[in-house]
Design a protein around this ligand. Structure first.
Ligand code: PSV
Ligand code: MN
Length: 426
């Protein structure tokens, strides 16, 4: 299924008049503050977030999985779904593949399919956290960190194969998330597994083309509950530094212990030129993988404040890659991803509104009240008419969820795919 402009225009039409009034009112307010609306719109339109191939079907917990209907049963259908989200939002211009969950059978066909939807391939993701059918050596006790030389070599080889595949698809980065760790004190020698991981990552790094990035993701716990080898940003940062200039830390919002000051981590990494990528989600307790912005929207805004500051002031840090990494247990994945995109763009746009000059002045005279006022003035601005305008100008939907429902996208997909298809992934 593909949405064309005429269909989207038909659902936009009844909403245009009110949108124009709201946009005009916001524009007057922003221009009065000295903010260039045209520039803002340009930045919003350019901001693109990758959709992971594993997030288009229902996720699940260890207690159960409740399938949706019309789930994409093949990689082609997943690309189609991302294409639909992109057509509605103009914010999801790429797909990030998890291998082997979504290994393309025919590369040329997959490339042509994604091109026809206006999509490119973002970071490739390797998987050494599960054993695959007929796999020779198990990852039960670790992969890149394993004491078993054969498991380690196999995991290195897998990552190199993922790079090779990514090269053919036009991807430019490999994300490594390592589940390795231990469940019980004494199970592992911390220094040995860290050294093994460093050696393995180094071998993978050496196989990286010069214009690629290695993104090292960290996570404090799960699936292991006593220790994780790459548990925090410090460990990831250290490993990235030891690998070389093209290795970076990847921040996943869910991978922190409660109340961690993520915005400060972002700021430190950007100052050091080592923030390579970002996974968006939200959580109340742990790595809950909920819709980004659904629980802590103000924290998301503060994180974007640091990202915007870093993008403007840290030329030593490359432009980070953005991806949603969420799980959809009860919502329609496409609607949830659309909500995520809106929350991300909202936080980004609000961060763009912060008067950095005034903030610096207030900071320099220790006017704490003024500092908070400046941040919150931006946060309290309702930027939704700006986001809608950016979509309208790009041929996307003024209200993407409403359009998704009015155009009966899911119903159409169920008709085409049936009710019982199941997407690959966790
Ligand atoms: C691990 O929790 C993670 O965040 C990594 O990015 C994985 O690739 C992804 O989730 C798998 O669902
Ligand atoms: Mn992640």
């Amino acid at each position: 299924m593909k949405l064309d402009r005429v269909q989207i225009e038909s659902v936009n039409k009844p909403k245009i008049e009110l949108q124009q009034k709201k946009f005009e009112a916001l524009g007057i307010d922003l221009e009065h503050q000295g903010i260039e609306v045209k520039q803002l719109l340009k930045k919003i339109k350019e901001f693109q977030v990758a959709i992971p191939s594993w997030a288009l079907g229902a996720g699940g917990t260890r207690f159960g999985r409740f399938s949706g209907q019309g789930e994409p049963g093949t990689l082609e259908q997943k690309i189609e779904d991302v294409g639909l989200i992109h057509a509605l939002t103009n914010a999801a211009g790429s797909i990030s593949l998890h291998i082997p969950w979504d290994t393309p059978q025919n590369i040329e066909e997959i490339k042509a399919k994604s091109k026809s939807q206006g999509l490119s391939f973002d970071a490739m993701n390797s998987n050494t956290f599960q054993d695959q059918l007929n796999q020779k050596h198990s990852y039960k006790f670790g992969s890149l960190s394993s004491l078993n030389h054969a498991s380690r070599e196999q995991a290195i080889q897998h990552n190199i194969e993922v790079i090779e595949l990514g090269k053919k698809l036009g991807s430019k980065s490999l994300t490594v998330w390592l589940a390795d760790g231990s469940n019980f004190p004494g199970q592992n020698n911390f220094q040995t597994v860290l050294k093994n991981t460093q050696d393995s990552l180094h071998k993978i790094y050496k196989a990286l083309p010069p214009d690629w990035k290695l993104l090292i993701e960290y996570k404090p716990y799960e699936p292991n509950f006593y220790s994780t080898v790459i548990q925090d940003w410090g460990t990831s940062f250290m490993l990235a530094n030891e690998c070389g200039p093209n290795a970076y830390t990847l921040v996943d919002l869910g991978h922190h212990l409660p109340n961690t000051n993520i915005e400060q981590i972002v700021s430190t990494l950007m100052l050091k030129g080592k923030l390579g990528g970002f996974h968006f989600n939200d959580s109340k307790y742990g790595d809950d993988d909920l819709t980004v912005g659904s629980i802590k929207p103000y924290a998301l805004f503060l994180i974007f404040n640091e990202l915007v500051y870093g993008i403007a002031n840290n030329p030593q840090n490359p432009y980070p890659s953005w991806m949603i990494d969420a799980s959809h247990n009860i919502k329609d994945p496409m609607e949830d991803l659309t909500q995520s995109l809106e929350a991300i763009l909202e936080a980004y746009t609000k961060a763009l509104l912060i008067d950095q000059h005034k903030l610096k002045e207030a900071q320099s005279v220790q006017d704490v009240v003024a500092c908070q006022e400046i941040l919150q003035a931006a946060y309290r601005t309702d930027v939704r008419p700006l986001l809608a305008e950016s979509r309208l100008q790009s041929g996307a939907a003024l209200d993407p969820i409403d359009a998704f429902r009015k155009l009966k996208v899911r119903e159409q997909l169920v008709k085409e795919r049936g009710k019982a298809t199941i997407a690959s992934g966790l």
